[in-house]
Design a protein around this ligand. Structure first.
Ligand code: ARG
Length: 462
């Protein structure tokens, strides 16, 4: 490929030296935008032809050459050269190299400022669809697993202390809920970003009769931007996208942390599949949850990207500044990290096994039935605070005598509260209590069953 003399080099006496060229280039990062740059260029060129700014034949030549370049890149035959600075210049140079002077007409009425903003919105729209599909797959994995454990009771924790009995399904479905919010946030982000800045030029628009609505339509944007100054300076959608990514990754890190703890010998609630564990180079007994630890740690990359993106924009004078070139590495880092983490999480959830026998055997430890006893007393007419105090006393007593609440005989219970009857034993013992939750959205088998039915239907539609 012959070197394209950059048109603005006529303006300057010297050329940037090698260090500067290398420092300024973004090609190594933004070449992954090539498809979007080409699609947007074809839409732009078609509009130029319709507006009679270039001929039909020139449009055809431009379009064919761009498609050819796209194919070369896809096949790995295209040589990216850093001297072209970024993907926009590299593709324009390739175009001019192929078709000569006609290629020089493509940039009519366009600046890289509106071009790059367009490319990024197109990329992000697709990326969001991919991430949404991965979120859905993970939600489905949780629902499938929930079906397996629809009626099995486990302890739920608050403050990482044993709290109340819940069905495992309800625990698993809690992740489906949080992922649904992530899905919707992404959807919202996609809707908001789907407007076309193309035709805003460098900052002020153009004195040429560009038809912005046509290019917007052609590229699937729902509208055009209505202020060229804002259009080239705006990267709010990048911040928002990364924020949405941080929420996904944060949710995955909570899952990771839970399961690292649950898989430990101390908790021993579940077994990760062998394929998702590593052993130790020294201690032969180890089954380490490294993939979960990495999901947890990768959260730093995504949070870092959010802070970096916000800082790129902070106090940046209007409108475009080269600072904005740094946006790409952060949106890519966030998207790539969340993408692999979702894949890994999905694989882990698909194969995890809860240790139901072990869980059942340990269920009566830790007074998971204490709250149910309080509610029993409330139903017998006691004020909640009074009931709470009585049960607190009973628990302290049991702890001292190394007993469970269910081991206390009726006469002793009656000494603490005369309204206690023989029916109290239906409410003692954690294993049978999840059945008794009656509030909407509670963590019992009935509600979990309803949620499984709801999500199965909902997610099947996607
Ligand atoms: N590589 C640049 C970026 O990503 C493209 C826009 C350059 N525009 C400019 N006026 N120097 O932001």
């Amino acid at each position: 490929m012959t070197e394209l003399k950059k048109s603005w080099e006529k303006r300057l006496n010297g050329q940037p030296d090698e260090l500067t060229v290398d420092f300024m280039q973004s090609l190594s990062v933004d070449k992954r935008l090539y498809k979007y740059d080409i699609v947007a260029s074809i839409a732009h060129a078609q509009m130029l032809a319709e507006q009679k700014l270039i001929t039909r034949d020139e449009f055809k030549q431009i379009k064919d050459a761009l498609i050819e370049t796209s194919q070369e890149i896809a096949d790995g035959r295209f040589k990216f050269e850093e001297i072209y600075e970024d993907i926009h210049m590299a593709l324009e140079a390739a175009l001019i190299n192929k078709i000569g002077d006609v290629g020089k007409k493509l940039h009519t009425g366009r600046s890289r400022n509106d071009q790059v903003a367009t490319d990024m919105r197109l990329w992000m729209r697709d990326q969001i669809e991919i991430l949404q599909a991965k979120i859905t797959l993970l939600q489905k994995a949780f629902v499938k697993s929930a079906e397996k454990y629809a009626e099995v009771v486990m302890p739920a924790y608050t403050h990482l202390q044993r709290a109340q009995p819940v069905v495992i399904a309800a625990y698993l479905l809690s992740f489906v809920e949080m992922l649904e919010r992530d899905y919707l946030r992404m959807q919202n982000c996609s809707r908001l970003l789907n407007i076309s800045p193309l035709g805003s030029g460098a900052v002020a628009g153009s004195s040429l009769p560009l038809d912005r609505k046509t290019t917007a339509n052609q590229l699937g944007f729902s509208d055009i931007s209505y202020n060229s100054i804002d259009a080239v300076a705006d990267r709010d959608f990048c911040v928002e996208f990364i924020f949405d990514c941080t929420m996904v990754q944060m949710h995955l890190s909570r899952l990771a942390e839970d399961w690292i703890i649950f898989a430990s010998g101390e908790f021993d609630l579940l077994r990760l599949d062998d394929s998702h564990c590593t052993s130790s180079s020294m201690m032969p007994q180890k089954r380490n949850p490294d993939p979960l630890e990495l999901i947890r740690a990768k959260t730093g990359t995504v949070y870092g990207a959010l802070m970096a993106m916000l800082t790129v924009l902070k106090a940046q004078p209007l409108t475009y500044n080269r600072d904005l070139q740094e946006d790409k590495r952060h949106i890519f880092a966030a998207a790539d990290t969340v993408s692999v983490s979702l894949d890994m999480a999905c694989a882990i959830v698909t194969r995890v096994k809860f240790k139901t026998d072990k869980i059942a055997a340990g269920l009566e430890e830790g007074f998971l039935d204490a709250t149910a006893l309080v509610e029993y007393l409330v139903r017998k007419g006691l004020a909640f605070r009074e009931a709470h105090g009585i049960v607190g006393t009973l628990v302290a007593r049991c702890e001292k005598d190394n007993k469970k609440l269910a081991d206390i005989d009726l006469s002793e219970l009656k000494q603490h509260c005369s309204s206690i009857d023989n029916d109290v034993y239906q409410y003692l013992g954690a294993a049978k209590l999840a059945d008794k939750y009656i509030t909407a959205g509670a963590a019992g088998p009935t509600q979990a069953g309803e949620q499984i039915a709801y999500w199965t239907k909902q997610l099947d539609r996607r």
